[in-house]
Design a protein around this ligand. Structure first.
Ligand code: ADP
Ligand code: MG
Length: 688
């Protein structure tokens, strides 16, 4: 194989096979196909990078004011100065007087007239031919030269094994029916084109990745992803899971739970519960996402699902990404299920060794019926006696690794348990169609009755005193409030410090009220104590870092002040703001910002003031940050589609989806192996 001789650095970049090299597509191109005279270059080079050539007539090394080399070249039309800082002796030799140089760069006005600073330089024969295709510029990591990548790619493109892996397998007839036009190149010619576009190629379309050659590659990537997800879907349906039907019986656990609830389900809750109950009655594992805006009442649906499963003497587990959130669930479930005689057990990483062992024992022996906790629940040491349902709250907040672990844990040798994920972050359609294609989605699209809309105000931090005055009259009415301090990127200590400062200031300014402080450094039981005191109104004002971001539920706290709101993302503010507006009082959220504001931050605050629609906010968020963060896959670029941009290429997704259906139905034999090769190890990430 060619790449055996390739330097180590290429291997490190993952460029270890002809296929990997072929798919390492250029990020841009240099046009070396045209040559300007120096005279032309002196004019046009001021607007864009340009190529010219000439003979060296002067070469001067300077050491003051700093080490540099000045080289002058000349052709029949004019002369041009080149300036190099930090040059090597070898360069001095390459550019000795009399050498012919082909150079590319921008022309700037220097102290001594027009010059190119650090142009790309090649020593050539005076009559050396110009390349016929554009020169690709590849994504590279330090220590890997463009020349080395170009050489390796060129070799890879000639490998016969590659021709094989890239051979067209889409039936012509299918292509003709599906594709928008029939001038789409084959995969192989598209890839060759992208590595070596001809001189007259539409460079803008290449750069924008809207060129037909790009389209073909993007389509292939989406098709591979769709097929892999659809297969995961089919495989799930062949797996066995316990079926829990017929829960509606009089006096069933489910029935009794509905009776102890202090409210009626909304229509929307009833609808999604129907969907979930139907999944639970099937003999293959449920894989469902329950989506509903903050405060829409997802917890009770999780409880109903758990009740159905426990009725059949299986265990149910509810897992949340943070201790605070898990604890909220624990308290809620205790409130609802303890009176019904259910054994609810708490498990988190911060339990003392002895308590942990006890909890694990109860889980293992089946004494524990409903288990609530953090991701400690999926650790190796935890063995469930009969797990029938795993509920994962705010699942996107778990990392990709953790999500993979969850996937591995829910499938045991005996059976796969049912899985219900819950999230307040709406998944935009494009994401739902790609990464989440093997997921059934239920949406709660109404809030429980009696909720008042939240009024959001945007206030400069210069008016902090006014805000504190307002806070005082608010608390005087017997209401409670949150004061949120921002995350400080990279410095937990600094974050803590600002939270402590605000806490002290507010304690002083509001002597007649009890102010509490909760932050990430507190021990679990300290955190729990503060939260409990806030819940029972012993504390009226809670100063907090973003640890309260999800799930906290105190209806009497209907005012939230967010300090340095400009530092928060859309999703964070939306989540935070969802903590208020849960009671019957009019709710207010004050976004305090300090100047200067970036344009993006200004727009963000304005949007947040104008809308509290989770879908609108999620779409804005996606367009701003890309899908990585929504997927919780920020750390793992691998999980992403490489060539597809979900916004730009949305229309292609539908096409790929239709093609995948047709291929699987009509040509199942040919699709499998070839597409796995395309996805390689990324396939498993896609399912997480
Ligand atoms: P989220 O969807 O954000 O997890 P929760 O499940 O925490 O929302 O519910 C928010 C609040 O609404 C809780 O206090 C919950 O008890 C209450 N709630 C849920 N469903 C209803 C309902 N149908 N009617 C009234 N209140 C409800
Ligand atoms: Mg919740």
């Amino acid at each position: 194989m060619t790449t055996k001789q390739a330097p180590n650095t290429l291997q490190k970049m993952g460029l270890n096979s002809p296929m990997a090299l072929a798919l390492h597509l250029p990020s841009r191109y240099e046009d070396g196909t045209e040559l300007a005279t120096i005279e032309e270059c002196l004019v046009q080079g001021r607007f864009h990078s340009i190529q010219t050539q000439g003979v060296v007539i002067r070469n001067q090394a300077l050491f003051r004011p700093r080490r540099q080399m000045l080289v002058t070249i000349e052709d029949d039309t004019a002369i041009l100065q080149l300036r190099f800082l930090n040059f090597y002796p070898s360069q001095q030799k390459q550019m000795a007087i009399g050498a012919h140089l082909r150079v590319r760069g921008d022309v700037r006005e220097g102290f001594q007239g027009p010059e190119m600073v650090h142009p790309a330089v090649k020593a050539v024969a005076p009559d050396a031919p110009l390349p016929k295709s554009l020169t690709p510029v590849y994504p590279a990591s330090a220590g890997v030269s463009q020349a080395a990548i170009r050489k390796a790619v060129t070799q890879a493109l000639r490998e016969s094994s590659l021709q094989d892996s890239l051979a067209e397998f889409l039936p012509k007839k299918l292509m003709a029916e599906l594709l928008p036009s029939n001038d789409w190149p084959t995969l192989q010619s598209a890839i060759t084109y992208l590595h070596q576009p001809p001189a007259d190629a539409d460079t803008q379309a290449l750069l924008d990745r809207t060129h037909a050659a790009w389209r073909r590659v993007q389509f292939e990537e989406l098709l591979a992803q769709q097929i892999s997800l659809k297969r995961a879907h089919a495989i799930r349906r062949e797996r066995h899971a316990p079926s829990f039907s017929d829960g509606k019986r009089l006096n069933s656990l489910e029935d009794r739970l509905l009776k102890v609830l202090p409210f009626e389900l909304t229509n929307s809750q009833t609808k999604v519960w129907g969907e979930i109950a139907s999944d639970l009655s099937k003999a293959f594992p449920m894989n469902r996402l329950l989506q509903g805006d903050v405060g829409s009442g997802k917890t009770v649906i999780a409880a109903l699902a758990a009740a159905r499963v426990m009725e059949h003497e299986f265990q149910a587990a509810i897992m949340a990404p943070t201790e605070i959130l898990a604890e909220q669930h624990y308290l809620k479930m205790m409130e609802w299920f303890e009176p019904l005689g259910i054994q609810v057990v708490w498990l988190s990483g911060s339990l003392k060794a002895k308590e942990k062992r006890l909890a694990q024992e109860q889980i293992e022996t089946g004494v524990a019926q409903l288990i609530i906790g953090t991701h400690a629940l999926i650790q190796e040491t935890v063995r469930f006696a009969m797990l029938g349902l795993a509920v994962i709250d705010e699942q996107h907040r778990f990392g990709v690794r953790q999500r993979l672990e969850i996937q591995q844990r829910v499938g045991s040798e005996l059976f796969y348990c049912h899985q219900l994920m819950m999230s307040a972050t709406p998944i935009p359609r494009t994401l739902a169609m790609t990464y989440y294609a093997d997921l059934d989605v239920s949406v709660i699209d109404e809030l429980p009755p009696g909720r008042k809309p939240i009024t959001t105000k945007v206030v400069k931090d210069g008016r902090r005193d006014e805000v504190i005055q307002g806070l005082q009259s608010w608390l005087s009415k017997g209401l409670q409030a949150y004061w949120v301090c921002p995350l400080i990127e990279g410095s937990e200590a600094l974050q803590l410090q600002t939270a402590v400062e605000s806490f002290e200031q507010l304690t002083q300014a509001l002597p007649e009220f009890k102010v509490g402080l909760v932050h990430g450094r507190l021990k679990a039981e300290e955190k729990a104590a503060v939260m409990a005191a806030f819940k029972t109104n012993e504390i009226q004002l809670l100063v907090a870092t973003t640890v309260i971001e999800v799930g906290v539920d105190v209806p009497n706290a209907a005012l939230m002040v967010i300090e340095h709101a400009e530092r928060f993302s859309y999703a964070q503010i939306h989540q935070l703001r969802g903590r208020v507006g849960r009671g019957t009082t009019d709710s207010v959220c004050i976004l305090m910002y300090s100047e200067p504001l970036s344009i993006a931050a200004k727009e963000r605050l304005q949007t947040l003031r104008e809308t509290s629609d989770g879908f609108v906010i999620a779409e804005r968020d996606l367009s701003l940050r890309g899908p990585g963060e929504l997927l919780g896959a920020k750390q793992s670029g691998d999980a992403m589609l490489r060539f597809v941009d979900l916004q730009r290429d949305a229309w292609l997704i539908e096409l790929a989806q239709r093609a995948a259906d047709r291929l699987l139905a009509e040509h199942a034999d040919i699709v499998g192996r070839r597409l796995e090769r395309w996805l390689g190890s990324r396939a498993e990430f896609l399912k997480a």
